[in-house]
Write a protein that binds this ligand. Structure first.
Ligand code: ZN
Length: 164
């Protein structure tokens, strides 16, 4: 069975940057499962997987443009500490490099602390993989027809997919 619209694809992957640093991998855990044709994964990656089948392994190289965008220096924002910490957590000490989840006008977002001052904190709202060339090594584990429920939800269920 080939990867195409309406198929649920399970795959293992290893993700490295251009300097061969391992960023993520699924080996040792559940394979990732997604519903093909629904932009559950990066569109450029979906395009590479089209027509492949279980047992195939492939190298997929994506530029930042095809992945999480270029790094935007203007996406670093200075925010009052008290807005981040709230009254209850007044004495929490933020660390440079720490990842926080904050509410923005675009919904909750992961941000990275780049500088901590007495009253303000500088937060980098770029995606952690912005500006990074991504090299995926993908092994397709299974290709199957999506269930009606999966099609109506627009995502894969079961191991490696969504759990409700
Ligand atoms: Zn669902």
């Amino acid at each position: 069975m080939q990867v195409g619209k309406g198929k649920v694809v399970s795959f293992h992957y290893r993700l490295k940057d251009a300097n061969d640093n391992l960023l993520e991998e699924s080996h040792g855990g559940e394979p990732t499962a997604y519903l093909h044709g629904n932009q559950n994964i990066l569109p450029a990656m979906e395009a590479e997987l089209e027509g492949k089948q279980a047992g195939d392994s492939l190298q997929i190289s994506l530029t930042p443009d095809q992945a999480y965008g270029e790094y935007n220096p203007e996406a670093v924002q200075r925010v009052p500490l008290k807005r981040i910490l709230g009254k209850e957590n007044k004495n929490v000490k933020l660390q440079v490099g720490q990842i926080l989840s904050v509410d923005t006008d675009k919904g909750p977002r992961q941000v990275r602390v780049v500088k901590v001052g007495k009253f303000n904190v500088d937060l980098d709202t770029n995606h952690p993989l912005a500006g990074v060339n991504l090299n995926f090594n993908v092994e397709i584990v299974e290709v199957r027809d999506a269930t009606e429920e999966e099609v109506s939800h627009g995502h894969a269920h079961g191991p490696g997919g969504h759990h409700h």
